[in-house]
Every structure is written in C-alpha cells, then in structure tokens.
Design a binder for this molecule. Structure first.
Ligand code: HEM
Ligand SMILES: [Cu+2]
Length: 543
C-alpha cells in the first residue's frame, strides 16, 4: 500500500527525515495518547459518578489524575501542534524540508520513550502530585513514580525545545524569495510566537524539575521545607514555564483557525497584521503573568495587583484575534464543512474559557474559587476547546493534503455534534460545582454535589462515544475515501499548490507567490481557478 506518492507505510516506523513523515508520526502518536488520556479521564469520571471512592482507591485516583493531565498536555496537545507545524510549515513557505531535518527526527523520537516512561510509572507506583508536581507533596509520596514522571517530562521538554528551534529557523530562513514576512500564512506567524515562548520558558521548567529531582533522590533541600528549602520558589519556576505553556498549546491552533476560517468563508482574513502581531504581543504578556496561579501562595497584595492587571490585559490581543475571525465570517460565503464546524466550536468554547479566565484573574474572585471545580471548568474550556476542537478542525481541513483522500463529511458532522454536546455537558456543570465549593483533585465528595457530577459523567461518556465515528472515518477514508484533488478547498496558500499528497521534495519546481495568502473573493477565485493560477507549479497528478 502506498500512503504518500512514493511512501510506504513502513516508512512511518523509521528514522525518516522527511518533514511530512515526521509530521504524520507526531500526529498519529498524539492521537494514540489522546485515546489514553481520554480513557484515564473516563475512568476518573466513572469514579466521580458517585460521592464515595468506590471504583478506584484514592491513591489510584491521584495516579489517574496526574497521568491524565500530563498525557493531555505533553503527549497530546504539544505533539499534535508540533505535528501540524512539521507538516505545514515547509509546504506553506515553499521549502523542500525543515532547516535541520535530522534534528527534527531526533526530536520526534524522544516522544514515544517519554510516553512509555510515563505510562510505566503507573504500574510501579502511580505519581500522586498532579501535573504540577508541587513540593512538598511530590517529595513525600514515593521516589520511583515521581522520579520516572520527572524523567518523562524532561524528555518531552527537550523534544519541544529542539522542535521550536527548528520551526523558528525554518520560517525565518527558508521562505521562497517572493514571500515577505507580511505575506506569510498566519499559521507561520503563530509558530514564530510559539517557538519564542518554547525557547524562553521551557529551560526554566527543566531547571525546576532537575532541582526537584535532586531533592527527591539526593536529599538536597532546594524546595524541601524540612531541610530549609522553599516550595514557593518551585511554584515560581514551574509557572514561569507553565503559564506561557498555555499559549504554547493554543497559539499553533490559533494559527490554524485563521487559515480555516478564511478559506471556508471565502473572504480575506480580517485584520491580517493585527492577528499576526497579536501572537507576538500574547507571547510577551504571557511571560509576565505567571504569579496569577499563586494568588493564594502568600503573594503580597501589591504584587498580586501587578499580576491581576497584566493578566487581564492579555484579553486584549486575544480579543483582537477572536474579533478578526468573527469579522472574517461576517457576510462570508460560509461552507459548513466539518472543518468549519470545528472552527466555530473552537471559537465559541474558547470564548467561554476566556471569559471565566478574566473572572479568575480578579484576585478576590480567585481567592474564593481557588482549587475548586470552577478552575477545572475554566481550563477545560480553554484547553479542550482549543486542543480537541482545533486539532480535529485541522485534521478535517488538511487530511486531503496529507493522505490524498477526502474524509466523509456526514460522519464528520456526527462527530462534531457528539463532541460539542458531550463537551458542554461535561464541563458546563463544573462552573456551578466550583461556585458551590466542590474541591478539585478529590476522589470522594460531599453528596450534595451528586446531581451535577452525574451529568458531567454522562457528558464524558458521550465524548468517549464521539471518537468512534472519527476513528472509523479516518481509517476508512485513508484507504478507501474519495480521491482528493490538489486543492479541494480552492485555497490560495502554497501547501495547496502541489499534489495531494505532495511528493518527497514537496514541489516539482518552487512556487512563486502571485496572490496574498487570503485574497479570496478578490477576483482570483471568482473568475479564475487558483489551480490555473499556479498551473506551472502543479505537476499533472500521477494516475
Ligand atoms: C476527554 C475529556 C476529558 C475529561 C472527561 C476530563 C476530565 C478531567 C477530570 C475529571 C479532571 C480532574 C479534575 C480534578 O480533580 O482536579 C481533569 C483534570 C485535568 N485535565 Fe482533563 N478531561 C478531559 C480532557 C482534557 C484535555 C483535552 C486536556 C488538555 C488538553 C485536559 C487537561 C487536564 C489537566 C491539565 C488536568 C489537571 C490535572 C492535575 O490537576 O494534575 N483534560 N480532567
Ligand atoms: Cu496562567
């Protein structure tokens, strides 16, 4: 079976330096871990269907919780974003590959061992301290599980740094000569911002984890209060990475959504420069707001004021993006494809998460709901909305390019409807649970919270079911789907100006930029087919 034009399926299990193979390796690995993370979540929600800890012991619940958070963040969102970037960046800028192809493959091949390590920790001694791994808890609940957890995250972090470096150099150095920065697809702008964040903040997390490992294994006392260490210093270092990390997770998908909204509404993107530069502004502000996670950690009031204001200011560049997407949709010729539906789902869920985020930025409110289910609701609207809806959107949009086949639209819509209903059923009640005072990270709770927890658990099952039509659709379409043309959505960005799937070196002859990336409805698409525009760059499809 040939998957790419000249690729065998076994190539996907090798140390291959083709960015398209690496992109698909990342994406498939990420989906594998999404299923694991989702299974862990379903197990947790099953436990939480009743107030008593009757399905798993509290220790096992803590292990499920720690693994769920870590898998979803470091083995699902991050690799999926890296997979999209790997696949798309060289094609979008008209390059033949990434700047450092071998480094690229090395970075990918750190992910599977990182995942295997993490999962194996569960069978030795489930790590207990959650994805934040705060000391002193992380230092007192067993060395083995926690040690393996640290090793796994360090490996994933290293992969992320190598990837970020590669994306940055590729975008800045490898564009076709006719493409200035201001004619670059917005996805590439988003990846510049993401890569800068990765390069600045991930090393700080690595530092924190290495010091934590010393405390754990060698008995030092950087963070261990019994030896005179300061656990709050760990929190500062951890959140200096992990707040910006939220943008490392969502910025690539912000980029992807700009591509999808404009093509499927057939309108020029509204405010190209504002959307491009807002990514950079978000990165800068993202680096100076970390202590909003520490309002209740003894932070003095004058300092809380600074972090409250800077946090709220991030709503401005984020709002500019959302406004740009909505204005692009306004009076567009919207095609309600599966990709567009997931984009609309993304925008609406992210908006809800953004609003509860501004609420949490307000110190008095945060003190009230800190570590309650309100916070769990908030970050799932942001992270689930962006990651699951954003990544599925990207898959429906770029599947024809990656595989040369179309996905089935009917089952795509069924998948969307189930995901959207399930997601809201699961996480909307958690706002109320939090306001009423239900703590997060607990396996047993007060019976007064039962009703809303039952609703959330039903929602989680609906979401589990929603992945079935997707999985069948993806596998079936990959093999038997309708053959995709080079440019099924009649898009103007360069990745569509070559075969589906592209051949090994991407372009027969390097494409030349004739229109801007989003000049839809300005005469090019109305009278002329973009394939004709780029006819010289599109070799005749192989039969
Ligand atoms: C598939 C549907 C999902 C369900 C049913 C679900 C459910 C849960 C539950 C019940 C918790 C425990 C809350 C607590 O006790 O504090 C949790 C925590 C968490 N979830 Fe999810 N989740 C889902 C998807 C996701 C996704 C897609 C992400 C990120 C991309 C994510 C990231 C997290 C994180 C970071 C935590 C916190 C872990 C910790 O505190 O250590 N979840 N989730
Ligand atoms: Cu934050």
């Amino acid at each position: 079976m040939l998957l790419g034009n000249e690729r065998k399926w076994t190539d996907y299990f090798t140390f291959c330096t083709d960015h398209k193979v690496i992109g698909i390796q990342y994406l498939v690995t990420a989906f594998f871990f999404y299923l694991i993370g989702g299974a862990l979540a379903t197990a947790m929600r099953t436990e939480l269907a009743t107030p008593a800890p009757d399905v798993v012991t509290p220790d096992v619940y803590n292990g499920l919780l720690t693994l769920h958070g870590t898998v979803m963040l470091f083995l699902w969102i991050v690799p999926a974003g890296a997979g999209l970037a790997n696949y798309l960046i060289p094609l979008m800028i008209g390059a033949r590959d990434m700047a450092f192809p071998r480094l690229n493959a090395i970075a990918f091949w750190m992910i599977p061992p990182s995942g295997i390590l993490l999962i194996s920790s569960f069978f030795y001694e489930p790590p207990q301290a959650g994805w934040t791994s705060y000391p002193p808890l992380s230092l007192t609940t067993g060395m083995l599980g926690e040690g393996i957890w640290i090793l796994s995250v360090l490996l994933g972090g290293t992969a992320s740094i190598l990837g970020g470096l590669n994306f940055l150099v590729t975008i800045l150095k490898m564009r076709v000569p006719s493409m200035p920065l201001t004619k670059m697809p917005l996805f590439c702008w988003a990846m510049i911002a993401t890569s800068l964040l990765i390069l600045i903040s991930t090393p700080v997390l690595a530092g924190a984890l290495i010091l934590l490992a010393f405390d754990l294994i060698a008995g030092t006392a950087f963070f261990n209060p019994t030896g005179g260490g300061n656990p709050v210093v760990y929190q500062h270092m951890f959140w200096f990475y992990s707040h910006p990390a939220v943008y490392i997770f969502v910025l690539p998908l912000f980029g992807a959504i700009s591509e999808v909204v404009s093509v499927h509404a057939r309108k020029p993107i509204f405010g190209y420069r504002a959307i491009a530069y807002s990514s950079i502004v978000i990165s800068f502000l993202g680096l100076i707001v970390w202590a909003h996670h520490m309002f209740t950690s003894g932070t003095p009031p004058w300092l809380r004021m600074f972090f409250m204001i800077t946090t709220m200011v991030i709503a401005v560049p984020t709002g500019i993006k959302v406004f740009g997407w909505v204005a692009t949709l306004w009076r567009g010729k919207i095609a309600f494809t599966s990709a567009m539906l997931f984009a609309l789902g993304f925008i609406s869920l992210f908006l809800i998460g953004g609003i509860s985020g501004v609420m949490l930025a307000a110190v008095p409110f945060d003190i009230h709901v800190h570590d309650t289910y309100f916070v769990v609701a908030h970050f799932h609207y942001v992270l689930f909305g962006a990651s699951v809806f954003g990544i599925f959107m990207a898959v429906y949009h770029w599947f024809p390019k990656m595989t040369g086949r179309m996905m089935n639209e009917f089952w795509g819509k069924v998948h969307f409807a189930l995901s959207f209903i399930g997601m809201n059923l699961t996480f909307m009640p958690m706002h109320e649970l939090g306001l009423r005072g239900m703590n997060r990270r607990i396996a047993l709770y007060d019976p007064q919270f039962t009703d809303l927890n039952v609703i959330a658990t039903i929602g989680a099952y609906v979401m589990a079911v929603s992945t079935i039509p997707f999985l069948i659709n993806a596998v079936w379409s990959w093999r038997y789907g309708e053959k995709a043309p080079a440019n099924p959505w009649r898009a103007l960005t360069l990745e569509w100006q070559t075969l589906s799937p592209p051949h090994i070196e991407n372009f027969e002859e390097l494409p030349e930029l004739i229109t801007g990336p989003y000049d839809y409805g300005l005469g090019y698409t109305a009278e002329r087919d973009p394939e004709e525009l780029y006819a010289h760059a599109v070799p005749a499809p192989a039969s």
